[in-house]
Design a protein around this ligand. Structure first.
Ligand SMILES: [Zn+2]
Length: 118
């Protein structure tokens, strides 16, 4: 992310410090809104293609989706490109750790029942 003295390309407001994302300048308010929109639109149908999804119980699926949204919302736009639903290869319940393990193309995580990941 680079700092910039320009106008937000979404709302047009002058901004002292914004971010350049995919070549467009965006203020923090618009970026937050964009991220929120993505979070809200993310639902079960986006992840139901994932291997192992239907082997999870309803509770484990909800855990997966809840932590996944939280996980994504903590990332910047650029980093998030590597962790979109299309990049999830497999999900699997981990009986030892009691977590849902999520395998992305580039990395994998434990999603824990206290809504954290590691
Ligand atoms: Zn804006």
């Amino acid at each position: 992310m680079k700092m910039n003295n320009e106008n937000c390309t979404v709302c047009g407001e002058y901004l002292i410090a914004g971010s350049i994302i995919d070549e467009k300048i965006i203020c923090h308010e618009c970026l937050t809104e964009e991220q929120q929109g993505l979070m809200n639109s993310l639902n079960k149908s986006d992840v139901s293609h994932v291997d192992g999804y239907f082997s999870l119980t309803e509770e484990q699926r909800n855990l997966f989706l809840t932590v996944y949204k939280k996980h994504l919302s903590g990332m910047g736009t650029v980093m998030r490109q590597n962790f979109m639903p299309q990049q999830i290869k497999e999900v699997k319940y981990d009986d030892t750790e009691k977590t849902v393990n999520v395998y992305f193309e580039s990395d994998w995580f434990h999603y824990a029942s206290d809504n954290t990941w590691y």
